[in-house]
Design a protein around this ligand. Sequence first.
Ligand code: MLT
Length: 246
Amino acid sequence: MPGQETAILLVHGFPLGRQLWKFQDTSFDGSRTLIPELPGFGSRKSAKVPPSIESYSRDIIAQLDASGVGRAVVCGLSMGGYVALDIFRRFPDRVLALGLISTRAEPDTADGRQARDDMIATVNQRGLAPLADSMVPRLLAEHSPDDVVTATKAMILDASVPGVVTALQAMRDRVDSRPLLPQINVPTFVVAGADDRLIPVSSSQRIADGIRGATLAIIPGAGHLVPLERSVEFNRELRRFLAGLK
Ligand code: MLT
């Protein structure tokens, strides 16, 4: 294994960037916290990879290697959760524990795949502004404070069109992770926002039911972006989970 150090790894969702984790950009239990940006987003908006969740996993593993990190507590939100599951699938020896936040194991439905294609066409024709307009209300709970709305919109507008298209293709074509769940043999915590309008709490419940020993925390008042919307409660859950690993 390339490095011996351990870390907490936080992988952002779509179509966001590392600012999603701005309230987690701290040392939690003395461990290093790594918050990478996926290719095509934020500071890496000109980076390109083939359109697959596997490409994101390999990109992240390369970043762990470059940082001298062997094993990590691999946490991902939504699309980041698809990546976290894929990292476990391909590189289980790099995963100390898993955090699956506002995510799901199911693949896209036929309607969901069509919606990805429609979004790809819109973004290619009209850029990121319509994406921000349609996504922000779905990412956040109703009546979110202005600063959270502004930060979320800014992250979306800080992506690149090719990066967004790649992510939509990768999510559209992702595999069904439900068969993986019974194979997960590391401590796992699952978090859902009670008011998530994008991925229902039932998806998190199914993940928690499918992984032996997993815990589920449902955070009141949070939408899809729990770590940003309810950072105090989220950080408390993360700390509690990390303390249980000792
Ligand atoms: C995300 O929040 O990462 C995505 O919206 C998830 C998805 O569209 O499947």
